[in-house]
Ligand binder design. Sequence first.
Ligand SMILES: NC(=O)c1ccc[n+]([C@@H]2O[C@H](COP(=O)([O-])OP(=O)(O)OC[C@H]3O[C@@H](n4cnc5c(N)ncnc54)[C@H](OP(=O)(O)O)[C@@H]3O)[C@@H](O)[C@H]2O)c1
Length: 502
Amino acid sequence: MLTWNNKDKAFKYSVFLMCSSLEDVEIGLLKVTANGTTKVALAERVGRINRQTCERPPVPAELLKVTDIVPQIPTKLIRKATGVLSLTNRKRLLSHSVVNMKAKKFLLAKRPIGEPKVTDFEAVQEELPPVGEGEILMESVYLSVDPYMRYKSESIPLGTIMPCQAVARVVESKNPAYKVGDNVVAAYGWRSHLVTDPNKMLSTFDGSVSKPQVLPDFGGIPTSLALGVLGMPGVTALFGLIKITEPKEGETLVVSGAAGAVGSIVGQIGKILGMRVIGFAGADDKVEWLKELGFDYAYNYNKVSVREALKESAPKGVDVYFDNVGGQISYDVCTKMNTFGRVSLCGAISSYNDMGDTSKPPLAPAIQIPAIGNQLSIHGFIVTRWLSEWQDGIKQLLGYVMKGKLKYRETITEGFDNMPQAFIDILRGENTGKAIVKANFVNHGFTAFKIFRSSRGSDLSGLGGTSKENKVVGKLRGDVKTCRTVEGDRSRTSEQLQTSSN
Ligand SMILES: NC(=O)c1ccc[n+]([C@@H]2O[C@H](COP(=O)([O-])OP(=O)(O)OC[C@H]3O[C@@H](n4cnc5c(N)ncnc54)[C@H](OP(=O)(O)O)[C@@H]3O)[C@@H](O)[C@H]2O)c1
């Protein structure tokens, strides 16, 4: 309902206003009526976005018109009506200037000792600058949590943003290479939003320039796969197995950390290559899943001795070992390897939490003795060495996924605020397949909802303060973390394949 007649001063309408920061949104219904005398009132509060589920209350369609409506209303009236808006600068209002967007990010606050704690990370808010020429504004959609973040937390300066790759959506663009609505995969960091010149973004891994890659259409499969099977872990598995160990049909392959993002793909590629594949994981349900994936043997290393397991599954010895964990498991596997066996040294997650603790010598070197005895070729690698072939690797992996030869599972944690906990969980083995955080920012529709700020710098978000960063750590505590697994198998129909929740 909107009528506005300036001449006879008889007007009656409702205006919906949204007072918003980027992660705390309040929606209000402002009823403005005037009959001879002007009467304005904040009639109804529609509601707040639920920070746990990120569900928003139903938004009246008229809200979408707010930016059309607002400039028609005299500033005085709005100021009177809302109080909070304090719109002292009508010009700013009329020009729809987008200012005071709040984004959230997580900084490394303390060096973790042993297992990281939520309080090792500090959530801060930052004010985003307007999007300049050549820049884009991105909103995170999926963020990756990976084991390497644990050892990064030993080396990055305190107070810097935690690194990560993310799938982000372009919500505003002044760069012709990126369109609003594009999904990109970017070296993004633990943050909700980012305004940046894409040509100046740096790689999480080696600090080289790393422009966000616009994701192609994956043929209906989720964009989150760009962080897993169709991203860094997929390339790690593919090239880390094939290029490092030159596997051959009929050989025996052992994979540790087999039910993780990398390990689950390594084992399946081993099967594609015609190998005998044995996987070790830390839980019975993971073992069941590995068998579903086609592993010839899978064991829960918490219940079964690795050496005994290999007596059964690798009676002729192990030719290739893809090592994700190091430590005791790796020692046991290496003792069972054939002469001139090959080891792809991908990770040593079993010792990551011991970093920085000088009382505990790292267990990783324990493979030295069997490595000498069995004359093993042990080859460490960092996946970025294959940057020039990266896209070829992704295409190969996509081909396997589309043919149903490569299945995937994702453990999805809901809510950006749960980044620290999701990260802690991978070091506890709580993920199966790729661990992902779904940011759950409801599309704020920057083009539809402009966020206004007065020339005095008053803050519509209710979070207060004009400083660039506001600490919001307290809000993290008590957040409910919901986790679900999503899996895909392209050999089934797209309806069957979608999601299974637990
Ligand atoms: N070299 C490279 O370029 C490169 C690239 C990517 C990844 N990586 C490395 O590859 C490994 C796997 O990465 P990812 O992304 O697949 O990890 P992921 O999906 O996060 O899997 C981590 C899994 O490791 C296992 N784990 C955790 N703590 C463990 C411990 N103390 N002992 C044994 N297993 C433990 C857990 O599974 P269980 O419950 O089965 O124990 C956990 O679910 C990591 O070491 C990572 O650093 C290296």
